[in-house]
Design a protein around this ligand. Structure first.
Ligand code: URP
Ligand code: ZN
Ligand code: ZN
Length: 457
């Protein structure tokens, strides 16, 4: 099978030019002006932006969490992602405390393998670090291609590890050339504030927000950066939301340390005023919570300054019925919101169309940096001969409105209902096959492949 994409504006992290792309099999074969090749399929991309398929490095599909399961399966989640131009996701395996990492990996692969439309990989969340867990790290890196180890500084009793475990884990991961990533919020402080609000009868979604003030994230981000500095491991902070946390990353640069930072599209686009709606505010109950306008400005500035390298989603959807598990108590609302389908279009609309970032920066944030940081470049994250032909053909001018009536995620509301965006994914190619064209799905479930990643040593 071969495809010739003619006359598109090819945008990668470093280039922006008009040319043709010839795809043979699963990879890009050649790029040039007026390529002479014949192909099975010819796509006229005049006037379109042609860019690497999006990589969302932070999603939770079919995940057991807070007494329920996130509502998108690997099938529905990766298909919704493809509709929105994301050709690959990195999901999280969660260790059950008392059990092994491999035990969790088998359970997650049991749900994902053979069910994905898009390509996928895993981070593994270490929730119980001990001598047995230590023995598994090397094999996960070398044999499974899992090179990033997620930690939680919150959710005590289920996911959180203490600082001693964190330092031990960092030392072991460093030995194998891997990376430690973190949900950086101070779990003890948050639990105290949740208990206080509940005791005072303050139970609406607003108190979810008020139980996780900025200081809880700023403090934990700084502590994580310090431990990463002490151990020398590569550190990465997931879903960064606020100025205080960003300042912790900035301070790390003063001692020549690099701590990677990921924000999520919702923290750039939505703000905490949504929590004043009761009970509707439950739709945006996530951790960390949405913040203030000043934090959005800080994050855009952090992107511009190169302190924030990725924009993910932390896609963790729950239906309204699931959200209403917490109708009388904010602490029982399952945390997370749906966004996997909208990240690429929202980021273009809010970033490039509004003049905040260049098209090259957009590709860095949405694809190339995830591939580089998580050990998949240049197979993923770029358009070059030999790379996987994961390509989005994007109309930068088409306007449309996001709605639960039209989205493909398995959730009965939209966190972005009525939000108008500029820019639309028209055709999405995954490893040389047109996967989605004008909303029509042209591949089968199971086409998505597990991607092993390389260590960074
Ligand atoms: O609210 C969130 N973020 N839910 C998913 C789990 C996590 O903390 O990333
Ligand atoms: Zn988290
Ligand atoms: Zn998450």
């Amino acid at each position: 099978m071969s495809i010739l994409i003619r006359n598109g504006r090819i945008v990668t992290a470093s280039e922006d030019y008009v040319a043709d792309i010839y795809i043979e099999g699963e990879t890009v074969h050649s790029i040039g002006k007026n390529l002479p090749m014949q192909a099975d399929q010819i796509i006229d991309a005049g006037g379109m932006v042609v860019m690497p398929g999006g990589i969302d490095p932070h999603v939770h599909l079919q995940m057991p969490f807070m007494g329920t399961w996130s509502s998108d399966s690997y099938e529905t989640g990766t298909l919704a992602a493809l509709h929105g131009g994301t050709t690959m996701v990195i999901d999280f395996v969660l260790q059950t405390q008392g059990k092994s990492l491999y035990h969790a990996l088998e359970a997650w692969r049991g749900r994902s393998d053979g069910n994905c439309y898009g390509d996928y990989s895993f981070h593994i969340a270490v929730t119980d670090y001990n001598n047995d867990t230590r023995q598994e790290i090397g094999s996960l890196v070398e044999n499974e291609g899992i090179t990033s180890f997620k930690t939680f500084m919150a959710y005590k009793g289920a996911l959180m590890i203490d600082d001693g475990q964190m330092v031990d884990l960092m030392q072991e991961v460093k030995r194998h050339g891997g990376m430690v990533t973190v949900h950086a919020t101070n779990g003890d402080m948050i639990d105290k504030l949740i208990a206080k609000h509940r005791a005072e009868g303050k139970l609406s979604p607003l108190y979810h927000y008020l139980s996780q003030p900025e200081v809880t994230e700023a403090e934990a981000s700084g502590r994580f950066a310090d431990m990463a500095h002490y151990t020398g491991v590569q550190g990465y902070i997931v879903h960064m939301t606020c100025q205080g946390a960003l300042d912790a990353v900035r301070r790390a640069t003063f001692r020549n340390q690099k701590v990677y930072a990921e924000t999520c599209i919702q923290y750039l686009v939505l703000d905490a005023s949504l929590y004043e709606k009761d009970p509707e505010g439950a739709k945006w109950v996530m951790s960390p919570p949405l913040r203030q306008k000043k934090d959005q400005e800080a994050l855009w500035a952090g992107i511009d300054q190169g302190l924030v390298q990725l924009v993910a989603t932390d896609h963790c959807p729950f239906t309204w019925e699931q959200k209403m598990m917490g109708k009388d108590d904010f602490s029982k609302i399952p945390n997370g919101h749906p966004a996997i389908e909208h990240r690429m279009e929202l980021l273009w609309s809010e970033g490039v169309a509004k003049g905040r970032i260049s098209a090259n920066k957009y590709v860095e944030l949405s694809s190339a940096n995830a591939a580089r940081i998580f050990g998949m470049y240049p197979k993923k994250g770029c358009i070059a001969p030999g790379s996987d032909a994961d390509i989005v053909i994007f109309d930068p001018n088409e306007r449309h409105t996001l709605s639960a009536k039209t989205h493909h995620m398995n959730v009965d509301y939209s966190a972005y209902e009525g939000h108008e965006v500029q820019g639309k994914c028209k055709t999405v190619i995954l490893r040389g096959k047109v996967a989605v064209d004008e909303g029509k799905v042209l591949i089968e479930k199971g086409y998505g492949q597990y991607v092993k990643r390389k260590a960074m040593k």
